[in-house]
Design a binder for this molecule. Structure first.
Ligand SMILES: *Cc1c(COP(=O)(O)O)cnc(C)c1O
Length: 459
């Protein structure tokens, strides 16, 4: 059989950022100094940084040249008008509020909709979403189908909300107590898995039936549109942007961290259909973010975002984006590395509990794998398991979460295929040494969000 052609990058390099090459010996020392927590490493000591896809995109020549056109007027800037027009055209909604990132938009919207006795329903609340809701005293309830959480079930839309659970939750708490139904596309906290158009229509129908607000958290709506076009059936003749527009036509509010599919390093959006809610949000925006025509962003940031929101729907880009993530997943799968399938849009999730099954969960197999990948290859990634979500019972026994995962998130347009091939090669060494890998114990931990600053010792 003829070998398939390499899917080469649909861009070429015009400006380079040098990377420092280091040795295993050097990295072992650097990691020890960082308390075996890659969040505490200097980025100069990292060769391939797969910590997050957020704010790490490479901008295009068009975005950089648009930045030179930035109008930095306090009010009514040209750059704002450009962004507003682009977002109105994409979302079909009238009220566009700029914000410095996704969580700023969340804080504004959920502090108005939330409060004690309120309940929010979502496919999965992303951690900043949950934090902003719970901070108001409200309850955040995830409605995920158990089957979808099965790591190996080859289902096309594992990010979907379980509509029957959502309905039961509305009935249980009473429709007047529901703050909103939030559909996150793609579902970041469940492996970047997509949500179908059919599922979004069901959410709309549920919201219409009970008079609820439908919020779309669409940080990765372009990546989600790719999966809809190629997996759902019935929409294969539409372009990606039209698919996104169809989904956006169903919701009442749209929240976006532009650090993802906005293809910018900083920025966010809150977009609303209803005037009354928009006026209340605008008041809060002006108090905490900035005037309504910049919301904490410079004119040049808004220029770059306006261009990024258009570029992200380019079919060659999106095809490359999704296929290159899949490429990493397929090659690791072939080597026998256990991972979540099918592959999501922005990241590959390794099942470290299974891969390092000789390390007990209270010794953090995911963190051990994260440390080995850094020491052996200079690759930085993040544990999504007992370090991030583990809890203690009253006797301070460790209560593990359901899975011990490691996330390899792929920044947009940053690494070439040979970088990814290098990552795949490093796994040959990881596989060879895995029996010798040792777990970790916590040397220091803060009270909240310990994965960011905890320090460890090797056992
Ligand atoms: C990143 C993210 C956010 C928060 O956005 P920030 O720009 O990091 O504040 C909210 N929801 C989802 C689904 C995200 O992925």
């Amino acid at each position: 059989m003829k070998k398939e052609r390499t899917l080469a990058e649909p861009f070429r390099i015009k400006m380079i950022e040098p990377l420092r090459m280091t040795t295993v010996e050097y990295r072992k020392k650097a990691l020890q100094k960082a308390g075996y927590n890659p969040f505490l490493l200097s980025s100069d000591d990292v060769y391939i940084d797969l910590l997050t896809d957020s704010g790490t995109s490479a901008m295009s020549d068009r975005q950089w040249s648009a930045m030179m056109l930035g109008d930095e007027s306090y009010a009514g800037a040209r750059s704002w008008e450009k962004l507003e027009a682009e977002v109105k055209d994409l979302t079909g909604m009238h009220y566009v509020l700029p914000a410095h990132q996704g969580r700023a938009a969340e804080r504004i919207l959920y502090s108005l909709l939330g409060g004690k006795d309120k309940v929010f329903i979502s496919n999965t609340h992303f951690d900043t979403t949950r934090a902003n809701i719970e901070f108001t005293g409200a309850l955040a309830i995830d409605c995920m189908d158990e089957n979808l959480l099965n790591a190996e079930a080859e289902l096309p839309f594992k990010g979907n909300i379980d509509i029957e659970q959502a309905r039961a939750t509305v009935l249980k708490y009473g429709k007047e107590n529901i703050g909103a139904v939030i559909l996150t596309v793609t579902n970041n906290s469940s492996g970047g898995q997509p949500v179908s158009m059919e599922n979004a229509r069901q959410v709309k129908a549920l919201c219409d039936e009970f008079g609820l607000l439908f919020v779309l958290d669409g940080c990765r709506i372009a990546e989600n549109s790719y999966f809809i076009k190629h997996r759902e059936g019935g929409l294969e003749n539409l372009d990606y942007r039209t698919i996104a527009q169809q989904m956006l036509s169903l919701c009442d509010a749209f929240i976006m961290s532009a650090k993802k599919d906005g293809l910018v390093n900083m920025g966010g959006l809150l977009v609303l259909r209803q005037q009354k809610l928009a006026e209340k949000c605008t008041n809060l925006l002006i108090i905490s973010e900035g005037f309504a025509t910049y919301g904490g962003l410079s004119g040049r940031d808004m220029e770059a975002m306006a261009v990024g929101l258009r570029e992200v729907f380019d079919p060659d880009y999106l095809h490359y984006r999704i296929k290159s993530t899949e490429y990493l997943g397929q090659h690791l799968h072939r080597k026998g590395v256990p991972l979540i399938r099918p592959y999501g849009g922005h990241a590959i999730y390794l099942d470290a509990g299974k891969f390092y099954d000789h390390i007990p969960v209270h010794q953090f197999p995911g963190q051990a794998l994260v440390c080995d990948l850094y020491e052996q290859g200079g690759i930085r990634c993040v544990e999504v398991g007992s370090v991030m979500f583990g809890k203690y019972d009253e006797q301070r026994n460790h209560i593990p979460p359901k899975n011990e995962l490691v996330r390899l998130a792929i920044p947009r347009r940053v690494y070439t295929q040979s970088h990814i091939d290098y990552v795949i090669d490093v796994f040959d060494d990881i596989l060879e040494m895995k029996a010798q890998s040792r777990g970790l114990k916590i040397a220091y931990e803060p009270t909240f969000l310990r994965h960011f600053t905890a320090r460890f010792d090797r056992i």
